[in-house]
Design a protein around this ligand. Structure first.
Ligand SMILES: [Fe+2]
Ligand SMILES: [Fe+2]
Length: 276
C-alpha cells in the first residue's frame, strides 16, 4: 500500500499553478490514500480546501489540523466544522476524531498536537506566535492565561493520543502516528539544528512526547513511526529502538508530497519525494 504524505500545504497561500502541481504529484505517486499532518489552510476556509482536495484527488484523505487551521476562528468552532465536513464527505477522515484505521497490517492514528509550553523556557521566551493574535481562544484571553491554555491543549492531545495508542496496539504491532507539532525537541528542526529554548515552548508538543515514550517503553514489541510538520524544516529523530519521528519540511506557496509511505507486510517505510 502506498500513501502520499503532505504536511503544511497552507493551501490559502497557493496559486493555481502550485495547486495543479500538487494534485499532479499526488496522482503520479499512484497512492491509495493521502495523509496530511496539519496547517492545511486557515479557519475560514479549511473545510473548503479539504473538500476541494478530496474532490480533485478522489482518494481517502486522513488528516490532523495544525495551529494555522484555527486562525480567524476558535479551536472548538473549527473542530466542529471539520467533524461535520468529515461526516458528510466519504473521503475525509479527521484522525483526531477517528478510531484507528487498519491499513495493510499497520494501525494509523492521529492527533492535532500543540506546542504546549512544556519544553524550553516559556517565561523567558521572546517569541509570540501569530496564534495569540489570530485564534480566538488566545486573543480573547488575558496573556497571563496563555501558558495554561497551551498546557491544556497539549494535555488534551496527549490524553487522546494515549487512548488511541492503546486501541491501535490491539489491532497491530506497527503503529503510524500523524500529528502536527513535533513531540520532541530532537524532532524539531530548523536550518539543520534542533530548536532552542526560545522557540521550543511553541514548537514541541511535550506531553504527546511523554505519552509516546511511555507507550514505546511499555510496548517493546510495537513499532511506532510518527509523522509531523509545523517547523517547515525536515529531519528524523530516533527516540527509542521502536520509536522514530520524521518531520517533513514545507514551503509556503509551494505545497509538495513530502514522501510516499509504503506499507508492506505490516512494515512502514518512507520513500522520499524523489522516488514518487
Ligand atoms: Fe505550517
Ligand atoms: Fe504549524
Amino acid at each position: 500500500m502506498r500513501i502520499a504524505w503532505i504536511t503544511d500545504p497552507h493551501l490559502n497561500h497557493c496559486a493555481l499553478a502550485a495547486w495543479d502541481r500538487l494534485i499532479s504529484q499526488v496522482l503520479e505517486c499512484q497512492c491509495e490514500a493521502v495523509i496530511i499532518s496539519g496547517d492545511i489552510s486557515e479557519g475560514e476556509d479549511v473545510v473548503f480546501q479539504l473538500r476541494r482536495l478530496a474532490d480533485a484527488v478522489r482518494l481517502p484523505i486522513h488528516f490532523v489540523l495544525g495551529n494555522h487551521d484555527f486562525y480567524h476562528s476558535s479551536i472548538d468552532r473549527t473542530r466542529a466544522a471539520i467533524r461535520n465536513a468529515a461526516a458528510e464527505h466519504p473521503l475525509l477522515n479527521y484522525l483526531t476524531d477517528s478510531a484507528p484505521v487498519s491499513m495493510g497490517g499497520v494501525a494509523l492514528i492521529g492527533v492535532d498536537g500543540w506546542g504546549d509550553a512544556t519544553v524550553g523556557a516559556y517565561e523567558r521566551s521572546t517569541v509570540r506566535l501569530n496564534d495569540f493574535r489570530l485564534i480566538d481562544d488566545f486573543f480573547l484571553a488575558a496573556p497571563s492565561l496563555w501558558k495554561s491554555i497551551l498546557l491544556d491543549l497539549g494535555q488534551g492531545s496527549a490524553r487522546r493520543l494515549q487512548s488511541l495508542l492503546l486501541s491501535a496496539a490491539e489491532l497491530h504491532k506497527s503503529l503510524l502516528v500523524v500529528t502536527h507539532v513535533p513531540p520532541f525537541r530532537q524532532a524539531c528542526w530548523y536550518q539543520g539544528q534542533t530548536t532552542d529554548d526560545n522557540w521550543a515552548p511553541f514548537f514541541v508538543s511535550g506531553q504527546c512526547g511523554d505519552a509516546l515514550i511511555d507507550f514505546a517503553q511499555s510496548h517493546s514489541d510495537s513499532t511506532i513511526d510518527v509523522l509531523c510538520g509545523h517547523t517547515h524544516s525536515g529531519g528524523i529523530a530516533r527516540m527509542r529502538d521502536n520509536l522514530a519521528v520524521t518531520t517533513a519540511g514545507a514551503d509556503y506557496g509551494n505545497p509538495e508530497v513530502a514522501a510516499v509511505i509504503v506499507i508492506s507486510d505490516g512494515q512502514v517505510t518512507l520513500e522520499r519525494k524523489a522516488g514518487c
